[in-house]
Write a protein that binds this ligand. Structure first.
Ligand code: ADP
Ligand code: MG
Length: 348
């Protein structure tokens, strides 16, 4: 593909904003389509389309304006992705989304590759939980549309089932892992199969939302390599193009389990903007738009703090030194626990 192309991005949150900024640096034009009229990415896109994704005319306008399409979030109805893909290439492929946007298919895909996940079972009724009480204490997760802990219920004992208001959703029940650590591996894979794998990132979640990330992760050399190799294997098996992330649990016995796959740029990879020569965002644009790939190189160790809800107000008043990089996503409304910005601090 030539450099003069226009990239369509589905979704207008902070990931979309950061993708647009990287695209601009690479002289790629962007058109963002979103059902959030306040989505911050509209400030960085060359063109913004606000619409319900089911509006065929608006989606057609989007298709007509772009050469290739990518997305910032995985929960786009698969039918819509497939219909766009018929006219303009969607990268990563909708088939990848189909697997990953459904926890049951995602875990089955991983287990079939011999990759360890949490122990889990498919759940459609309270009765199914009783049949799987060996998985308690556990976490009941909706099969689809979960993010930042939405759609999750902790079931410590059978009595907690009544907290779940309905079983109209399909769920999976996962055994609660006795966590020693959480890490993630971000990688970018190009159509020519060249793959650039960032080093494992150590993550701390609070109330199921990412709060803090750092490199280097405090893990053994063995887990460092193993986590990178598993991520590469997943990317290869999905024939993946673009940036993706694999989230892992490490339990108290140092067992590495895949938690989930994100077929997109990832919050834990934000520190790559300042800590690497090429960020996860730039690499995603390069891969999706078939630009030249370049070897990644770490410039610095780093930490990243997610700024949630009204914490942003204090950060907006602060001054920062030259190792500190403050990103304000410029979201219109401050909501409790909403990701409002992040701070990356480069470290020795
Ligand atoms: P989301 O799709 O919302 O990111 P995750 O499944 O990644 O959902 O869960 C969010 C966080 O909740 C995890 O990063 C972890 O901290 C915690 N968590 C989720 N599942 C488990 C589990 N089975 N055992 C222990 N902690 C868990
Ligand atoms: Mg997660």
């Amino acid at each position: 593909m030539s450099k003069n192309l226009t990239l369509g991005i589905i979704g207008s949150g902070q990931l979309g904003s950061l993708l647009c900024q990287s695209a601009k640096n690479l002289k790629i034009k962007t058109v963002v389509i979103s059902d959030d009229k306040d989505g911050p990415a509209q400030k960085y896109a060359d063109y913004f389309i606000f619409t319900d994704y089911n509006n065929k005319e608006k989606v057609k306008e989007f298709i007509d304006k772009v050469d290739v399409v990518t997305f910032e979030f995985e929960n786009i109805p698969i039918k819509i992705l497939e219909s766009i893909d018929k006219e303009k290439l969607v990268i990563p492929k909708p088939k990848v989304n189909q697997i990953i946007q459904n926890r049951k298919l995602e875990k089955t895909f991983l287990n079939d590759l011999g990759i360890k996940t949490t122990e889990w079972a498919s759940i459609n009724s309270a009765e199914d939980i009783k049949k799987n009480k060996n998985l308690l204490p556990g976490i009941l997760k909706t099969n689809t549309l979960g993010y930042d802990g939405h759609g999750q219920f902790v079931i410590n004992e059978l009595g907690d089932i009544k907290e779940v208001s309905n079983f109209n959703n399909q769920f999976i029940l996962e055994k609660k892992v006795n966590l020693s650590k959480e890490i993630s591996v971000v990688l970018s894979r190009f159509a020519n199969k060249q793959t650039y794998t960032y080093e494992p990132i150590e993550n701390i979640h609070k109330d199921q939302i990412l709060k803090y990330s750092k490199i280097p992760a405090n893990i053994t050399e063995e887990l460092f390599k193993k986590s990178q190799n598993i991520a590469k294997l997943i990317a290869e098996k999905l024939d993946y193009v673009g940036t993706m992330c694999v989230e892992y649990f490490i339990d108290k016995n140092e067992i590495l389990l895949v938690n989930e796959i994100a077929p997109r740029v990832h919050n834990s990879g934000h520190l790559t903007i300042n800590a690497f020569n090429i960020s996860q965002f730039e690499n995603h644009i390069r891969a999706v738009c078939s630009l030249k790939s370049e070897k990644i190189k770490k410039i610095s160790n780093a930490e990243m703090i997610n700024i949630l809800g009204n914490e942003i107000e204090n950060y907006r008043k602060k001054s920062f030194n030259k190792e500190e990089f403050f990103y304000d996503y410029g979201k219109k409304e401050i909501k409790k626990k909403r990701k409002m910005g992040h701070l990356t601090i480069l470290k020795k």
